[in-house]
Structure formats: structure tokens, C-alpha cells
Design a protein around this ligand. Structure first.
Ligand code: SAH
Length: 458
């Protein structure tokens, strides 16, 4: 067989040395400069691998045998479905190894994309017990012979695999999902069939306020109709007595987006409450709320520390969601302006300000890149700007306005080091200096990497 232009061919078995780990968690080996990506292989390891795909500049291989193992390898990842699920990518790497990897990822990307080298990147702040941390489960339901299954989509497929327990999920959420599966099966409620767009129950979303003990169950259904509704509610309440909110969300569309537009309260309250530090939040079915409450406190404390507030500052919180960071900052600022694109989130943010008797905050609905220039035109000047954008990072118009407004400090909370690096370059070219970056592990065992950067006006 001709090898073409690649040094290895499909199905070939080769011995390799793993040099690096991608941001997706795959090992990288180089053969005559040609990169092979090998899921579940770790840096420093030697391994026998089978080539499964070759592209022009890089290929993929399957790990057959580790011939020299990394000291950071975990031989038996604790989760029995780790290989099938795809929700976690790093359970085979020790937690210490994961934290180092995330610090390295931030350093590498800042250097490569942002050309930022003289900055202090702190060791990643991790969890003491990095399991059972998620406060929200979103579980797809389907029918099988004899009842319902509830689990996860097999990696890169629409096939649902039944699951009893997810080790990064809070036990309370596991219990709720199991309870709904059991009682709904008994009541003959049908799971959703994606292909035919039939059946009733699409997803169950469980949200737990870990600091208040309150629990919400969201039954996402294909139509308004929910057979045996009364019996279902009573059975859930009986099985999990501390459920404080049961709501139905109706999603009539053929889509893999979980929620539809309409939400109806079936029992209890429309909200659950949770606290982060001294601040209390009302959370509704569709509100964005950080999923790792313990680390959220760590992240927000870090953002607050980097903001360096004395009580005299005007602060802008861009991409503010339900106002979590805004209210955290408002405890130590003169005034905080929050802006967010989702109208419901801003209603929640206003309610949360009232709930905490904070009147030094204003919230606006809109795109940060439009609202902040408008504020600027109105004469509003911030001493500190905090941004916490989605993965795609900040819009350039927003960064331009920051450069015009010239706050003395910018605090950048990022869930994507690559866009962080890109945006830091723009700020640095405009007269700012990135002083330090603190990675915070919000998502242990997954490849997600969160970091907070402190950027000062020179
Ligand atoms: N700071 C919040 C939310 C961060 S998530 C927290 O910690 O909870 C990012 C938020 O940015 C989401 O709520 C999303 O709806 C919002 N968003 C996305 N694009 C936006 C834009 N162009 N302008 C303002 N907000 C935006």
C-alpha cells in the first residue's frame, strides 16, 4: 500500500511517544513531524496505537497499549461509563495532573495566540473533593421496552444510554432523575421519540440549591399534554419530599435545544433559592446559573479581589446573566451597571438585587457591545469593567469602547482561554497590561478551562 504523503497509513500499528495533550484531552504524538491525536493517551507515555484516520496534516489513532505509563495516569477511572459517555474527558488523568494541565493550557494559549509571555499564571485553584459538584442535571428521556430510560447521548450520536448515576452530578439530582424515570414509567408516560417527534417526556432538568437544600424538577414535554399529571406530581413529591418546585416546560419544536418558550408551575414555587457567600439568588427553570457552586464562590472572590474595590468605584459588569457577579461587586462598589442580552435573566437580576436589598445596581437588557457604547455616550465612566463573555469572547466593539472609556482596571472572566488570549492582545495593543491570570477549575474531569485575568491601564 502506498503511504501517500503521510508517514503512517490507516490501520497501521505504531509505537509512539506522547508529547502533549490537546485542549480536548487527546494525547499528541509526532511521527516525522506529523501529528497523531490519540484519545486517552497522556503526555510522557509510550504507547502502541492503531491509526484510524489520516488527514493531510494530522491523523487520529486508537490507544491499544500503554507500554510506559505516566505517573499521572489513573488506571481505573471511577466512573463505569467514562468510555462511552464523553461528558468527562480527563478521568484517566489524576486530579493534580488535570490542574497542571489547565494551567499549562492557559499559559500556552496566551503565548501562542496572545503573544503574552510576561504574565504571572497562577496554579489552578481546584476542589478538595472534585466529585458530585454539579448543581444541575439535564437528562434526555426515551422509551424502551417496559418503560423509560434516562441517561446521556452516546458520544457523537443520538442514541440514549440509560444511566443510574453520574459521578460529577450532585446525588440529589441523580435521585430526582431516577425517581421521575420510575414513577413516570409506572404511570405509562411515554418518552420522546426524536425521529418521529412523538411521545411526551423529552428531558428532565434537576436543579439543586446546595446552600439552601431546595430542589427544582423541570419536566420538558413535547406538548402541553402530560398524562396522569396529578399522579405524577404526587408520586415525585412522595419519593423526594424536599422538592420545592415542580415545573413543566413545553418544547414543541424538532430541535436538540432543551427548553421551549413556555413554563408552567405544577407544584410549589417558580424559583429555588441559593446563596453564594452572603448573596442570595432566585433561580428559575431557564436561568443561567454557574453549575459548580463551590468553585463559583472561588471564581467570584477572585474577580472581586482583582477588581480591587474600595467602595468609591463605578463598575460595569458586562455579560452579567442573572446579576451574580454584579451583586457580588456591589457589596464593595459605589455603583454597578450590569448588561445582559437575555431579557429573562435581567428580570431575575433585578429581582435578585431587591432580594438582597441592594440599590446601587442598574441592569440593562441588550448586547454589551451596543449598550456600553451608549452608556459611554451618556457620560457614564467606569473605574473597573468586568467582562464574563460566552465562549466566543468579547465583541470588538466592546473592546474598542473599553479602550475609549479607559477604566483603570479590567477583570476578564473567561471560559475559553483562546478567545481570552485574542482579546487580551487587543487590550494590550490599546495600552493595557495583563498582570496576572488565575485559572479556576469549575469543571473537574472535563476539558473545560476557566480563568480570571487582571488587566491594568498602563
Ligand atoms: N456573569 C454571569 C453569566 C456569564 S455567562 C455568571 O457568572 O453567572 C455569559 C452571559 O453572556 C450569558 O448570560 C449570555 O446570555 C450573555 N451574552 C451572550 N452574548 C451577549 C452579548 N452580546 N451581550 C450581552 N450579554 C451576552
Amino acid at each position: 500500500m502506498s503511504k501517500g504523503s503521510t508517514p503512517v497509513t490507516k490501520n497501521e500499528i505504531v509505537d509512539v511517544i506522547i508529547e502533549d495533550l490537546t485542549h480536548e484531552g487527546a494525547g499528541v504524538a509526532k511521527i516525522d513531524g506529523y501529528a497523531l491525536f490519540i484519545p486517552k493517551a497522556l503526555p510522557g507515555e509510550q504507547a502502541k496505537v492503531k491509526v484510524i484516520k489520516t488527514n493531510k496534516g494530522y491523523g487520529f489513532a486508537r490507544l491499544l497499549e500503554v507500554t510506559k505509563r505516566s505517573e499521572d495516569r489513573v488506571d481505573a477511572p471511577p466512573c463505569p461509563i467514562f468510555d462511552q459517555c464523553g461528558g468527562c474527558q480527563l478521568q484517566h488523568l489524576s486530579y493534580e495532573g488535570q490542574l497542571k494541565q489547565k494551567q499549562k493550557q492557559v499559559r500556552d494559549v496566551l503565548e501562542r495566540i496572545g503573544k503574552i509571555t510576561d504574565v504571572f499564571i497562577h496554579p489552578t485553584l481546584g476542589m478538595n473533593d472534585p466529585w458530585r459538584y454539579r448543581n444541575k442535571a439535564q437528562v434526555p428521556f426515551a422509551d424502551r421496552e417496559g418503560g423509560l430510560i434516562a441517561g446521556f447521548y452516546k458520544e457523537r450520536s443520538h442514541e440514549i444510554i440509560d444511566m443510574d448515576s453520574c459521578l460529577i452530578q450532585h446525588e440529589e439530582n441523580d435521585k430526582i432523575v431516577q425517581a421521575v424515570r420510575e414513577v413516570a414509567s409506572k404511570l405509562g408516560i411515554k418518552g420522546y421519540n426524536e425521529e418521529r417527534h412523538q411521545g411526551t417526556l423529552r428531558h428532565v432538568v434537576a436543579r439543586y440549591g446546595v446552600n439552601t437544600g431546595q430542589l427544582m424538577v423541570v419536566l420538558v414535554t413535547r406538548s402541553r399534554e402530560l398524562p396522569n399529571k396529578k399522579e405524577l406530581i404526587e408520586a415525585i413529591q412522595e419519593k423526594v419530599p424536599h422538592v420545592t418546585s415542580i415545573v413543566q416546560n413545553i418544547n414543541t419544536k424538532r430541535t436538540n435545544v432543551i427548553f421551549g418558550d413556555e413554563t408552567i408551575v405544577l407544584a410549589g414555587e417558580e424559583y429555588i433559592y441559593d446563596t453564594i457567600g452572603d448573596v442570595k439568588f432566585a433561580i428559575s427553570a431557564r436561568s443561567f446559573y454557574q453549575v459548580n457552586p463551590e468553585q463559583t464562590k472561588v471564581l467570584y472572590d477572585q474577580a472581586l479581589k482583582y477588581a480591587g474595590l474600595t467602595g468609591a468605584e463605578t463598575v460595569i459588569d458586562a455579560y452579567c446573566g442573572i446579576g451574580t457577579i454584579s451583586l457580588f461587586l456591589a457589596q464593595q462598589a459605589k455603583h454597578v451597571y450590569g448588561v445582559e442580552i437575555v431579557p429573562e435573566a435581567i428580570s431575575d437580576a433585578k429581582r435578585n438585587a431587591e432580594l438582597n436589598h441592594m440599590d446601587n445596581v442598574d441592569f440593562a437588557v441588550g448586547e454589551a457591545e451596543k449598550v456600553i457604547p451608549w452608556w459611554y455616550a451618556q457620560g457614564i465612566r467606569a473605574d473597573v469593567i468586568v467582562v464574563d463573555p460566552p465562549r466566543k469572547g468579547c465583541d470588538e466593539a466592546l473592546l474598542d469602547t473599553i479602550l475609549k472609556m479607559k477604566p483603570k482596571r479590567v477583570v476578564y472572566v473567561s471560559c475559553n482561554p483562546a478567545t481570552l488570549a485574542r482579546d487580551l492582545r487587543i487590550l494590550e495593543d490599546g495600552g493595557y497590561k495583563t498582570v496576572e491570570v488565575q485559572p479556576v477549575d469549575m469543571f473537574p474531569h472535563t476539558n473545560h478551562c476557566e480563568a480570571v485575568a487582571r488587566i491594568e491601564l498602563l
